[in-house]
Design a binder for this molecule. Structure first.
Ligand code: PMP
Length: 340
């Protein structure tokens, strides 16, 4: 890790947690890859101080808003977010004296909401099952709060180009550096599309366009040709096309079912000791599908956006899994051959 730290009289430390954002490690998968010749490396974004890749965009978005004057001292940050962007924004905001309000759909787990309030943020919960242009949607409610709150600033992670830029400037270069330029495939889930657009664009450019960029998307979401029908995996997929997503960056986008994503999420914990969220399992399913035809020289890097502690009552809970129709076989120990 090469975080910027200060050395004062023989002590080495970061001046604040914000300095610890980024420079996350790669680790090889050893078990869920059984039978595959390729090297599959996962990038552990849960090791960011706020626990997800979203810390990266939060810092860059707030810095840019301060520079442009959109965010003034004492201002309020208001954002519709499923949680991780909120944590990133909250941890930067609290250090700089801003109030933060987050609007989340009701499919988001209580534990994620509790994390936001623990950071001192206010949370407004809205229904998931409404059209995105409805005033009741989490986008609609956030817009109303912005209109009603003096000094409000809405980062709008779906259109804010500082999001993909942060991944172009940090995530992509870290992967290139840590693989010594040997990465051949990059796989990431698509939510706003910022990660795959920024990191993917960097990796295509730096490699002379040899790195293959693969998106992973919940079945039903628009990125992989769906109509936007509901799915349970959180933080990825959309029912509209956000401005930060550049569809020319990924070479392909693979659709993954909730069942396959959740089964792999559980396997990553039990077989690899990597406790991550459902979008990470989803990305690994897509990566293993892509890896099935690759030879031993291939190096597949998969970005795992967040940790699993926010999903203990869901993906890792047998009753919740059964209630949602995921069989124990799918939930527990499905072999790679049956689900990927
Ligand atoms: N997984 C999780 C858990 C997320 O919160 C997000 C962000 N919405 C993503 C994946 C997707 O990242 P991006 O928005 O950069 O496409």
């Amino acid at each position: 890790m090469t975080h910027p730290t200060r050395t004062h009289a023989d002590m080495t430390y970061a001046d604040s947690v914000v300095e610890l954002i980024g420079d996350t490690p790669l680790v090889r998968l050893n078990h869920v890859t059984d039978g595959l010749a390729v090297t599959v490396l996962v990038k552990l974004e849960y090791l960011n101080p706020g626990g997800s890749a979203k810390d990266r965009i939060a810092e860059r978005i707030i810095d840019a808003a301060e520079r442009s004057g959109q965010l003034e001292p004492g201002g309020t940050i208001i954002e519709p977010t499923s949680g991780n962007t909120g944590v990133g924004l909250a941890l930067v905001a609290l250090q700089r004296g801003y109030r933060s309000i987050f609007v989340v759909p009701d499919k988001v787990g209580q534990d994620k909401i509790d994390v936001l309030t623990a950071y001192g943020a206010e949370v407004v919960v809205t229904p998931t099952a409404v059209a995105p242009d409805s005033p009741e949607s989490y986008y609609g409610v956030a817009d109303r709060l912005v209109r009603e709150t003096p000094g409000a600033y809405k980062p709008d992670q779906f259109s804010n180009q500082n999001g993909p830029r942060s991944h172009y400037e940090t995530t992509g270069p870290e992967i290139w550096r840590d693989t010594a330029g040997r990465v051949t495939h990059f796989v990431a889930g698509v939510g706003t599309g910022g990660t795959i657009t920024g990191a993917g664009r960097y990796l295509r450019e730096v490699s002379g366009d040899t790195v293959r960029i693969i998106g992973a998307d919940p079945e039903g979401s628009v990125y992989s040709g769906g109509t936007g029908r509901p799915y349970l995996v959180e933080g990825v997929g959309e029912d509209f096309w956000p401005g930060v997503y550049d569809p020319t960056v990924p070479h392909e986008v693979l659709a993954v079912s909730d069942a396959d994503a959740f089964a792999m999420t559980r396997r990553l914990a039990r077989e690899e000791g990597i406790l991550v969220g459902g979008s990470s399992g989803m990305a690994v399913v897509a990566a293993l599908r892509a890896a099935a035809t690759l030879g031993p020289d291939a190096v597949v890097v998969v970005l795992l956006p967040d940790g699993g502690r926010g999903y203990l009552g869901k993906i890792f809970n047998d009753d919740w899994m059964q209630h949602h129709g995921f069989s124990q076989a799918a939930a527990g120990s499905a072999g790679a051959g049956t689900t990927v």
